[in-house]
Design a protein around this ligand. Structure first.
Ligand code: SF4
Ligand code: SF4
Ligand code: SF4
Ligand code: F3S
Length: 377
């Protein structure tokens, strides 16, 4: 085991291999505040990559309704209960530890002998219903004398649900990769996309067991496992992935997390409005989420770590720069490498500094004031 640095948990941790960061890291920000669960992303991925025999149950992109939905069913609650209560020291936050320090065990540190990470293989019936729990709230409206109670309390609702869109997180420390005894999974040094070599795979399914996000999926016909490939042929040509380009709600923005000029860098590292999914598990996932504003913090803290309160504050009263970037979600199929937000516009540039698209961001022209801003995120 090596000791590697994980900035999301604010400390070093154990991992099977040495730290080896790619030249640049594929990353995306998803904004569940805008997602309408239309599943266009899901179908865009399926119709591109997983339409063959043996791939029927493979939904590399899925959109689940929280708190009860999940694909496979209970993928996160099962691991959360196994790992037990976990503690953060949010007070230890600093520039290079934005969420403080995680005091509990990552899945790698909780591994039993013969495992590289704590995990489980979902049962067949847990893969059967990809959209179980759709549109189901945490509880039903309670009636007293025929009058509904508890249904519209602000800012955190007592009755709530939200849509969580998920793809492989192309983790910096992939548990799928460390699990494989055949070294059939690797992280591309040029872009950090995690892919699998199907000619090396022998269908052992340790990757299925140890990926905490349950994104590798076994093909019973070919007897090898498959997973999201980050649409690397598109990324190589500077196009965003299929699921990101097809998104109707414009909830997704793709870029490079380690480029200080990238909108992703601003949203995650500078503004800290977008947070990793279950950072405490230790894989350093590279898909980030702007937390849904109406959901109780107790739930969101478990899912996105201690940065939630700050992120919700930022998204509720967005700065001019943040508002500008929110206008750039979903407006171009090209990867945005850098941006500018001025008085009136938000402008996106490609790798060579050439303008890709310009959208209006003038509060006067679009009639925004501070109160109105609360409704545009
Ligand atoms: Fe591997 Fe899972 Fe991370 Fe994807 S989300 S890179 S499958 S550990
Ligand atoms: Fe599918 Fe590509 Fe999206 Fe991965 S990145 S879920 S392969 S569309
Ligand atoms: Fe949500 Fe976009 Fe997918 Fe529709 S296409 S379900 S809005 S992420
Ligand atoms: Fe390895 Fe997973 Fe195949 S553990 S052998 S990539 S099924």
């Amino acid at each position: 085991m090596s000791q590697v640095n994980n900035w999301q948990i604010g400390r070093k941790m154990e991992y099977r291999y040495d730290e080896a960061r790619p030249k640049r890291q594929f990353a995306a920000v998803f904004n569940p505040n805008r997602c309408i669960a239309c599943q266009t992303c899901t179908m865009a991925c399926k119709s591109t990559w997983t339409f063959s025999k043996g791939q029927e149950y493979m939904w590399w992109n899925n959109v689940e309704t929280k708190p009860f939905g999940g694909y496979p069913h209970s993928w996160d609650s099962k691991l959360l209960s196994y790992m037990g209560e976990q503690e953060w020291d949010a007070g230890a936050a600093s520039a290079d530890k934005p969420y403080g320090e995680f005091k509990g065990k990552t899945i790698f540190e909780a591994a039993k002998s013969k495992e590289t990470a704590a995990g489980y293989i979902p049962s067949d019936d847990q893969w059967n219903a990809p959209n179980i729990g759709e549109d189901t709230a945490n509880k039903a409206i309670h009636l007293e004398d025929g009058v509904a109670q508890d249904w519209a309390e602000l800012p955190q609702h007592k009755i709530w649900f939200f849509y969580l869109a998920r793809i492989c997180n192309h983790c910096t420390y992939p548990a799928c990769l460390s699990a494989c005894p055949r070294a059939a999974i690797y992280k591309r040094p040029q872009d950090g996309i995690v892919v699998q070599d199907q000619t090396r795979c022998r269908g052992y399914r340790y990757c299925v067991r140890e990926c905490p996000y349950k994104k590798p999926m076994y093909n019973g016909n070919t007897r090898v496992t498959e997973k999201c490939i980050g649409c690397y042929p598109r990324v190589e040509d500077d196009w965003v992935t299929r699921c990101i380009s097809a998104c109707v709600g414009k909830i997704r923005l793709q870029g490079w997390i380690d480029n200080e000029k990238s909108p992703i860098y601003f949203l995650v590292k500078k503004e800290q409005v977008a947070l990793p999914l279950y950072p405490q598990w230790g894989t350093e996932p590279n898909v980030y989420y702007i937390p849904p504003r109406w959901v109780p913090f107790s739930y969101l803290n478990q899912m996105f770590g201690p940065g939630v309160e700050k992120a919700v504050e930022k998204i509720t009263k967005p700065s001019h720069e943040l508002l500008g970037l929110l206008q750039l979600f979903g407006v171009t199929q090209k990867i945005i490498h850098s941006y500018e937000v001025d008085e009136k516009n938000a402008v996106a540039f490609d790798e060579n500094g050439k303008e890709i698209i310009r959208v209006e961001n003038n509060p006067e022209l679009v009639g925004r004031d501070e109160a109105a801003c609360k409704n545009v995120t």
